[in-house]
Design a protein. Structure first.
Length: 222
């Protein structure tokens, strides 16, 4: 069981912002398991809601709204692309494209929970954009900083895999071997969001998971 107080990055009367551990779903998808939202609601002693998601095997910043007004405000900011998110990923050593902005069209198959990538617009697809930058490397992996412009299901995982960059541990998208805890080396490291009441721009950073390889990667993160 996770202790919510250990995961808190920011809290006030409008928002609760947590550092989600890999392997924990943001919202319940298995009846026998509590989600991060369940745990946050227990901590607050009332129901909170998440205006965005992180994949179960991904770690990092998750925002919860404590009331309907805050939820509506943050949700609208996500829709209008006013919320800025930064991810860190460890990927295999495959050449990076010269163009640092990836533009694709995606289609998510709910039956197999996997996203297909198209290089041109296709019926029933959604446009997906992200920016990527190599910030370091280890003996076996490249360390990337990723800034999604859009927010599509499995967007980062699918778009990177499409250009030969598989995220460590992500067997669904082409990495050869999974992690024992089923995590992947993708971490939502930072979010910039406008506070729904004060209007202040909050810049929230989430420490990387407590893992030796992540600690090496952390030395390259500014």
């Amino acid at each position: 069981m996770y202790k919510i107080s250990d995961l808190i990055l920011h809290k006030d009367n409008q928002l609760l912002i947590l550092n989600k551990p890999a392997g924990l779903s943001v919202q319940s998808d298995r009846a026998e398991e509590k989600s991060l939202q369940d745990l946050a609601s227990i901590y607050c002693k009332f129901n909170v809601q998440a205006p965005h998601r992180l994949d179960r095997p991904t770690s990092g910043v998750v925002i919860f709204a404590k009331n309907k007004k805050a939820l509506r405000f943050i949700s609208e900011n996500f829709k209008e692309r006013k919320v800025k998110k930064t991810y860190i990923a460890l990927v295999n050593k495959h050449p990076l494209p010269e163009e640092k902005t990836l533009v694709n069209w995606l289609k998510h198959d709910k039956k197999i929970n996997k996203t297909r990538v198209f290089n041109q617009e296709t019926p029933n697809t959604q446009k997906a954009e992200l920016q990527l930058e190599k910030i370091g490397e280890t003996d076996k992996y490249q360390i990337l900083k990723i800034k999604p412009i859009t927010g599509r299901t499995h967007q980062i995982r699918a778009q990177l895999a499409n250009i030969g960059l598989a995220i460590k541990g992500d067997v669904k998208y082409g990495f050869k071997r999974g992690e024992r805890d089923r995590s992947i080396f993708l971490h939502a490291s930072e979010v910039e969001v406008e506070h729904p009441v004060s209007g202040e721009m909050l810049k929230i950073k989430a420490p990387v998971p407590n893992n030796n390889l992540w600690k090496i990667a952390d030395t390259f993160i500014k």
